[in-house]
Design a protein around this ligand. Sequence first.
Ligand code: AMP
Length: 397
Amino acid sequence: MNILVINCGSSSLKFQLIDSGSEQCVAKGLCERIGIDGSQIVYTPAGGEKEIHVTPMPDHTEAIRLVLEALTNDRTGVVKSLKEIGAVGHRVVHGGEKFARSVVIDDEVLEAIEACNDLAPLHNPANLIGINACRKLMPGTPMVAVFDTAFHQTMPREAYMYGLPVEYYEKYRIRRYGFHGTSHSYVSKRAAEVLGVPCESLKTIVCHLGNGASVSAVKNGKCVDTSMGLTPLEGLIMGTRSGDIDPAILEFLAHKENRSIDEIMGILNKKSGVLGLSNNLSSDFRDLEDGYHRGDAYAVCAMKTFAYRVAKYIGAYTAAMNGVDLICFTAGVGENSPLVRTMVCEYLGYLGIALDQEANEKRGQDILISTPDSRTRVMVIPTNEELAIARETVGLV
Ligand code: AMP
């Protein structure tokens, strides 16, 4: 069965068509600048050439119509008609406490997702627009919602509660939710599969280090803690997000710089992280690594501070699980930066970790990068959120 996986943002839409039998991607692409001048669709059929069409996309319905057209037309198509698309899997960022697993979408589910909009005002409304556009163009095709938060719903209360008056949890459901759940789930399961051991027998720490970054503690296959919180701002230092800071900094900065809370939030989300620490050199680790090797003091500081924070979370989650068997690195930085992995693992001598430097230099494969005598194993597992969404979708339809 072909599964169309949709990841819809406010002005962009990523898609992949996956054959669930072979688990191979049949075609993929991206619509950009939806509702803005200069919108374009980038489309790549498997084994074919990438095509870019600049064409007006006033809304997401038009974007999805163009995606379906590209997938089915005589020239670039990979299926003869929409009948060959068995189901659609939608990435939904926030499922609140309502959704601990993926669900088949109906009117009631749509309402429940809408009720979570408050918790993810930048993401959930866009996800809903994508779902509604698909339902309009593909009536009768089953749709599944796969939530970024769902995998983390197994966290115990002591891991998800904040030290705030409990009435704010009871009234507004302010608590830790965590994100990147599809990736943490996929990587922890895939690592166990590669090692040939049941994931129920492992204490695993997954470091999803991309532009957004989070760590999770997965004990016996279930998430017991994760670094992102009510929103994706908490936890690690990220590309442009601050991660954990003293909350009193908000008030201090607002007074000193004469700024509103919204402006300070903008700084914490868009101008902080390694971008801010590197004195605006870059949020991209390729540029930061160049700066690090040149000896640029800001780039060195950004990379060291980033790695130190990751190592601190690994220490915390080792305590949360009373030990750790396996540490996995994934996402853009985690998969591609041997330097970052080395810098993090340098803090982990107490776990008996020894890296196999030759394996650590390899890219693009599931690989054990610790030596055979390393007491705790370390792996790189390239994440595949689209495949994970396609699997969830097949499982439900
Ligand atoms: P993601 O959010 O998972 O797509 O990760 C994107 C980030 O991965 C980029 O902003 C870079 O910081 C990082 N990245 C991608 N390729 C490399 C590379 N070859 N070396 C270091 N970092 C990389």
